[in-house]
Design a protein around this ligand. Structure first.
Ligand SMILES: Nc1ncnc2c1ncn2[C@@H]1O[C@H](COP(=O)(O)OP(=O)(O)OP(=O)(O)O)[C@@H](O)[C@H]1O
Ligand SMILES: [Mg+2]
Length: 378
C-alpha cells in the first residue's frame, strides 16, 4: 500500500523482503530478499538509498544505527523507533513525560508478577516488552496461580503467521494494571523532519482475539473535547520522541471518557487503512511525504462516516469469486486484497465503506468482509 502511494509521488521504492512471495514483493520491482536482522544484508541493501523506512518495527536498533552511521537517513530514526519496539522503554518514557499510562512494572519472575497483582488488584495484564503482534505476547492473568504462564511462554520459540521468526532475546515481561476500558481508540498523526505535523480524526477500533477487526471513523459518540485530547496527546508524543512519519497511538478509553496509552507504532497502521479511501490524503502517502520532508496532505474525512473491516482468512479461499457478489451488491464498496494465501485468522485484505448513515455503512462493510471470509449471512 506504500508502493501504491509512491507511484503518484514519483518515488522509486526498493524493498527488503523476508521472502519472495510477501505482498510487497508482488508489486515492487526492485526487491532484495534477505534478513532484516542481518547487519551486512541491511547495509548492502541501504547503500544507495536516500532514505530508509519501514512497514514493521522489528529491525534491531543496532542495525539501524549502523545504517545511519553509513550516511543513510533512517526515518523514523532508531532513537524514536525504540519506543515502538520496546514496551518497557515506551512505558518509562511516556510516564516521564506525564502521558497517561496504566500502572506498570517490569517483573523478573512469577513471584514479582504475583506481588504486582496483590498490590494493584486482579486481573493484571502481562506482556512481552518486545516482539508482540496481534495480541501474541499479551496475557490476562486472572489470579496468582496463573502468574507462571507468561514466563513459560517466553521460553518457547515464536513465529509469525507469515512464517517469520521473532527473536526472544532480551525480552522482558511487563506487568500492567488491567484497564477495564469502554473501547479502544486510535490516534494517528504524521510528523515531518522540519516539524510539520497533522492529525487524523480519531478512530474507534475493535479487536477480536487480539486482532483488529474493524475501525469506525470518526469514533462514534466521542466529544470534540475528547477527540482533541487524544489528538493533542498523539502530537505531543510525536514531537517529544522526534518521530518522523506516521505515529499510531493505540488508546484505551476509560469509562470516565479519558484515555490511556496502550502502545505506539511508527509506520502506517492497520487502524489507518480507512484513510486510503476515506481521507483526503492516505496514511501511506503522508508517511512517505513525511519521510521525504515534503509538505503533508490534508488528513480530513471524505464522508461523515468511514468504516474499515478487515478480511481475515476464513473458509473462503476464492476471494476473487466472492468479489462478484460484493461488487454487484454495492457499487461504492472499496476492496483491498493483499495477495496473500488464505490461512485462518490471517489478515488477507480489508474493505472500506463511506456513508452518511453509520448503521447502514457498518452493515455494508460487515456484509462485504463477511462474504469475503466465507460467511454469506454476515
Ligand atoms: N493494560 C491493559 N488493560 C487492558 N487491556 C489491555 C492492556 N494492555 C493491552 N490490552 C489489550 O490487549 C490488546 C493487545 O495489546 P498490545 O497492543 O500491547 O499487543 P500487541 O500484540 O503488540 O498488539 P498489536 O497487534 O497492536 O501489535 C490491546 O489491544 C488491548 O485490547
Ligand atoms: Mg496493539
Amino acid at each position: 500500500m506504500m508502493h501504491q502511494a509512491s507511484i503518484g509521488l514519483g518515488i522509486t521504492i526498493r524493498l527488503l523482503a523476508e521472502g519472495p512471495d510477501v505482498s510487497a514483493a508482488q508489486v515492487v520491482h526492485d526487491v532484495t530478499v534477505g534478513d532484516y536482522a542481518h547487519l551486512d544484508t541491511v547495509l548492502a541493501f541501504a547503500k544507495d538509498c536516500d532514505v530508509i523506512t519501514f512497514d514493521h518495527e522489528h529491525v534491531p536498533t543496532a542495525i539501524l544505527e549502523a545504517v545511519e552511521a553509513a550516511g543513510v537517513a533512517v526515518r523514523p530514526g532508531p532513537k524514536a523507533l525504540v519506543h515502538a519496539q520496546d514496551k518497557a522503554v515506551m512505558r518509562a518514557r511516556l510516564t516521564a513525560m506525564d502521558a497517561p499510562c496504566p500502572a506498570h512494572e517490569v517483573v523478573a519472575d512469577a513471584d514479582a508478577l504475583r506481588a504486582f497483582g496483590e498490590r494493584t488488584g486482579w486481573p493484571v495484564i502481562a506482556k512481552t516488552s518486545r516482539g508482540g503482534y496481534d495480541g501474541k505476547g499479551v496475557w490476562k492473568i486472572d489470579s496468582p496461580d496463573q502468574a507462571d504462564i507468561p514466563f513459560e511462554e517466553l521460553a518457547r520459540p515464536t513465529s509469525t503467521v507469515d512464517g517469520g521468526t521473532i527473536s526472544r532475546e532480551g525480552v522482558q515481561i511487563i506487568a500492567e494494571e488491567f484497564i477495564d476500558f469502554r473501547r479502544e481508540l486510535s490516534a494517528l498523526v504524521v510528523r515531518s523532519p522540519s516539524g510539520q505535523a497533522v492529525a487524523y480524526p480519531i478512530s474507534e477500533s475493535t479487536q477480536r482475539g487480539g486482532i483488529c477487526v474493524e475501525t469506525i471513523t470518526p469514533a462514534p459518540g466521542l466529544t470534540d473535547d475528547q477527540a482533541l485530547e487524544a489528538q493533542h496527546l498523539a502530537l505531543r508524543i510525536a514531537q517529544e520522541l522526534e518521530v518522523v512519519g506516521l505515529l499510531a497511538v493505540e488508546l484505551m478509553q476509560r469509562r470516565d471518557g479519558h484515555v490511556v496509552v496502550n502502545e505506539l507504532a511508527m509506520r502506517p497502521h492497520n487502524t489507518g487503512h480507512w484513510t486510503i479511501d476515506g481521507a483526503h490524503t492516505s496514511q501511506f502517502e503522508n508517511h512517505l511525504r513525511a519521510v521525504l520532508d515534503l509538505p503533508l496532505g490534508e488528513p480530513g474525512l471524505r464522508a461523515p462516516h468511514v468504516v474499515m473491516t478487515n478480511v481475515l482468512g476464513g473458509s473462503e479461499d476464492d476471494l476473487t469469486g466472492a468479489l462478484q457478489h460484493c461488487f454487484a451488491r454495492d457499487r461504492e464498496l472499496r476492496v483491498h486484497l493483499y495477495g496473500k494465501s488464505v490461512k485462518p485468522g490471517r489478515k488477507v485484505g480489508h474493505v472500506t465503506c463511506l456513508g452518511r448513515d453509520l448503521d447502514q455503512t457498518l452493515r455494508r462493510a460487515r456484509h462485504a468482509a463477511g462474504y469475503l471470509m466465507g460467511d454469506p449471512d454476515a
